[in-house]
Design a protein around this ligand. Structure first.
Ligand code: CTP
Length: 410
């Protein structure tokens, strides 16, 4: 359980902060909502108090005996501002302390995550750009707003990222010490990252398929995490069980052949490629063009052929400087056996890094928690236990370190 201050500035997206608050509360965190006065024009104090189970104030005078303007910031494990308006970004950048939220921002010693939402012109205005740069230079994580339909008929960058994206990044910040600095520094800016996620489906006939239980959560966490650190992210998504993150461009695919085709196109000029998807190793040799009918009491025999090994093919074509990461879910009896299986697979696939997890006893699949070991041909380079979001950042850190090393002249 962590203590989160949820700051809400005065924009129409304030209503989405109610959903974010519920998600934090359902995840077991103690949330204090600090709206600005203008935010209360959009969603009233009663709603915030009822949803958080705590009193709500926008000014520094309410409950002054408890010195909330200092205590809240000091005691928080994380401050999230959603939505952060152009005015709030400006006040935070210049260090104003004219309401409770800006006081909290000046006293917080914990990571601060801001999710801006405003009209496109305001977001792109040089004044806002400068305020965002100032805040980031001070270690504040300022997300890029999502693109899409705004309040009126117009569209462009300015939408509040979806509550599940903000929540996932917030929880990663709570889990991974030092991540706020890397996100604020946008250390993946300028990197083109291509990630595959999900499980492929191989058609038996027009309505039936052979699939697997990959949910795509790990790939989605990687895509969301890379985008939050400034990368340009393409997510090649095979039958995902969850929505695409706001800040990535999605390429939906169905079968292993579709996934291979999309990866070969998008990975060609990528800086970092991550094969987090679970492609099928075999596909029906001759899927029926019509729905298969039962044939009396007879069983069914289907012939399968092997699919393309996408990771091995990508590794064989790897352009100089590109870093390719594979995944391997193994059932191993011990850590040593897991590492040995991993090294053999790494050599077979030819990629630079392999993310290993032990799935003995049905662990990991579909869950939000994971335990990963990242290996290179020279041994273990990183390990992470906890949320998939935190593990995703450990994988991205290892890949970025390798990419930086690969680009250094010998
Ligand atoms: N992979 C791939 N193309 C395939 C199968 C797997 O690119 N046709 C990738 C996966 O995305 C993953 C890695 O290869 O990154 C390892 O997947 P895994 O299923 O463990 O590899 P296999 O070669 O199928 O090994 P095994 O014989 O152990 O199943």
């Amino acid at each position: 359980m962590s203590r989160i201050v949820l700051g809400v500035a005065g924009g129409i997206a304030a209503y989405k902060a109610c959903l974010l608050l519920r998600r934090f509360a359902e995840a077991g965190h103690e949330v204090t909502v600090v709206p600005t006065r203008n935010a209360l024009e959009f969603v009233g104090a009663t709603t915030w108090a009822a949803l958080s189970g705590k009193p709500v104030a926008a000014d520094v005078f309410t409950g002054a005996e408890q010195v909330p303007h200092v205590r809240l910031g000091r005691e928080a494990d994380l401050v999230v501002v959603a939505p952060a308006t152009a005015d709030l970004l400006s006040r935070a950048a210049t260090g104003r302390a004219d309401d409770l939220l800006t006081n909290v921002l000046l006293t917080a010693g914990c990571p601060v995550l801001m999710a801006p939402a405003m009209h496109t012109e305001m977001w792109l205005h040089p004044a806002t750009r400068a305020n965002v740069a100032t805040l980031r230079s001070r270690g504040v994580v300022v997300l890029e707003p999502a693109e899409g339909r705004l309040t009126g008929a117009d569209s462009g960058p300015g939408r509040l990222p979806e509550p599940e994206d903000i929540e996932a990044l917030a929880l990663a910040l709570l889990d991974a010490p030092g991540l706020a600095e890397r996100m604020a520094a946008q250390d993946l800016a300028g990197q083109k990252v291509v990630i595959s996620a999900g499980g492929t489906r191989e058609a038996l006939d027009p309505v039936r398929f052979v699939g697997n239980s990959s949910s795509g959560r790990m790939g989605v966490a990687l895509a969301r995490g890379a985008a939050a650190r400034g990368a340009e992210v393409t997510l090649v998504a095979a039958n995902l069980a969850l929505p695409l993150p706001s800040a990535v461009s999605g390429v939906p695919v169905g079968s292993t052949a579709d996934l291979a085709e999309a990866m070969f196109v998008h990975a060609a000029d990528a800086d970092l490629v991550v094969m987090a998807a679970a492609p099928a190793d075999y596909t029906p040799a001759a899927p029926s063009p019509t729905k298969l009918k039962k044939d009396g009491d007879a069983g069914l025999t289907v012939e399968f052929t092997q699919t393309t090994d996408i990771l091995a093919t990508l590794s064989g074509r790897r352009p100089p400087g590109q870093v390719i990461v594979g995944f391997a879910a193994e059932t191993a009896g011990s850590r040593n056996e897991l590492l040995a299986l991993g090294q053999a697979k790494l050599a077979r696939k030819g990629c630079q890094l392999l993310v290993l997890n032990d799935v003995s006893g049905g662990r990991v699949f579909g869950s939000d928690a994971t335990e990963v070991i990242v290996i290179s041909p020279s041994g273990v380079v990183a390990e992470a236990t906890g949320s998939k979001a935190a593990a995703a950042h450990a994988v991205l850190d290892a890949a970025l370190a390798l990419r930086t090393a690969e680009r250094k002249p010998a």
